[in-house]
Design a protein around this ligand. Structure first.
Ligand SMILES: *Cc1c(COP(=O)(O)O)cnc(C)c1O
Length: 404
């Protein structure tokens, strides 16, 4: 039998050779239960009604699809920006946390845990826990707790308990290990809200589905604006991969649509100071998933480095690892200075200050060539208010825009 090729997950939880669920024995029952439950619940009418109402009235969806006139002229294409920066809490992450907390409630869970690096996912989780009156514990590397002070205060104000993690490098991967440890101790009553398309199956698929509202809206919005429901190019940044997964979800098997992913090159993909996992990583297992991982020759996980805290992850979602290895997606590595410059450019040309993460997607435009008729949709995953200090401290990277 010839099965239709798909870039979505298979029934075993794999994307090609990537994915799966590599978990400690003690979590087996919990993850199996989640695997059995997530699709029937997410696809139920009751869930969809609550989820869509919250996305509309609480998050503020649909997010606009904005025609960027000046940047379109500059790049010689029709550039549309998918404005996830306009969501409540300022990024796409809330689409996922709302969905997962609804799922947790329907599964009878009483307690929420999460890991966070920069604190963005921690804030999105603490937000929905306040909304749903659920106790919330967020694990964060002690170094990140120091570096991301404002987000820590936001989480606390929202009622979450932030637990600083002092093992390892005291950053995201250590926080993730600690969250998994907590989950192992409380598998019955606790729901672990993962913030990206990473972790053991079914998380990558579950998060991709909860973010797929982005491409569902893009389809409708393009149809309304242009009379055709697909673009020539989709462009998104990738940390773990959730905003990209949401952007491409309904187009991933549509060969008319080119997929462009921008990962964080840091100081350069070959410098060792990078978060460009697809360029610099090797096959390994990280946080329950078989995927590309940045590691030393003897298999130690390397610390990711990027000016953007939200892209600072030494792994990548299994879906994206497969898209890259099958050449379904074109992946650019965008360095710190290129991202900062692109952020200034978007700020001055469109009056939109993007998140540093999103600025990596913007910078990818410079590496591409277009026909004037090409329709390009670029997802602005978040707003840049949180990054203004970094932008100002790095004015010297902004070229002609830095003279102020
Ligand atoms: C967290 C974050 C990202 C990176 O995460 P993905 O799962 O790859 O989307 C990108 N942009 C913003 C604004 C973020 O907060």
């Amino acid at each position: 039998m010839n099965e239709k090729k798909t870039f979505l997950v298979d029934e075993k939880g794999y994307y090609g050779e990537f994915g799966g669920a590599y978990i400690p024995e003690i979590l087996y029952g919990t993850v199996e239960n989640l695997k059995r439950s997530y699709l029937p619940i997410i696809e139920s009418e009751e869930f969809q009604k609550e989820y869509m109402e919250l996305l509309r009235d609480y998050v503020g969806r649909p997010s606009p699809l904005y025609y960027a006139r000046r940047m379109s002229e500059k790049y010689g294409c029709k550039l549309y920006l998918k404005r996830e920066d306009l969501n409540h809490t300022g990024a796409h992450k809330i689409n996922n946390t709302i969905g997962q907390i609804l799922l947790a409630k329907k599964m009878g869970k009483k307690r929420i845990i999460a890991e966070t690096g920069a604190g963005q996912h921690g804030v999105a989780t603490a937000t929905v826990c306040a909304l749903m009156d659920m106790p919330c514990v967020v694990y964060q590397g002690a170094l990140d707790v120091e570096r991301q002070h404002t987000n820590v205060e936001r989480m606390k104000m929202l009622g979450a308990e932030v637990r600083p993690v002092r093992t390892g490098n005291m950053t995201l991967k250590d926080a993730t290990n600690e969250a998994i440890r907590d989950w192992c101790c409380h598998p019955q009553d606790t729901f672990y809200i993962i913030g990206s398309t990473v972790g053991p199956h079914p998380y990558p698929d579950m998060v991709a589905r909860l973010q797929s509202i982005i491409s569902k809206e893009i389809k409708q919005q393009l149809q309304e604006k242009l009379g055709r429901d697909y673009p020539d190019y989709l462009v998104a940044c990738v940390g773990g991969g959730s905003n990209a997964a949401g952007t491409i979800y309904h187009y991933v098997d549509d060969e008319r649509v080119n997929i462009v992913l921008a990962e964080a090159g840091g100081q350069g993909a070959d410098t060792g100071h990078t978060a460009a996992t697809i360029h610099a990583g090797r096959l390994g297992i990280l946080h329950g998933s078989r995927t590309l991982v940045m590691q030393t020759p003897d298999g130690q996980i390397m610390e990711a480095e990027s000016i953007s805290a939200g892209l600072d992850y030494p792994g990548i979602g299994p879906m994206h690892a497969n898209l890259a290895s099958q050449h379904r997606a074109t992946v650019y590595s965008v360095n710190d200075d290129e991202a900062v410059k692109a952020a200034y450019e978007m700020t001055r040309m469109e009056g939109i200050i993007p998140a540093l993460e999103s600025a990596h997607a913007v910078a990818a435009l410079q590496k591409m060539t277009f026909k004037p008729t090409d329709v390009v949709v670029l997802t602005v995953s978040g707003r840049g208010d949180k990054d203004v200090e970094t932008y100002l401290n790095n004015k010297h990277m902004a070229g002609e825009y830095g003279n102020f």
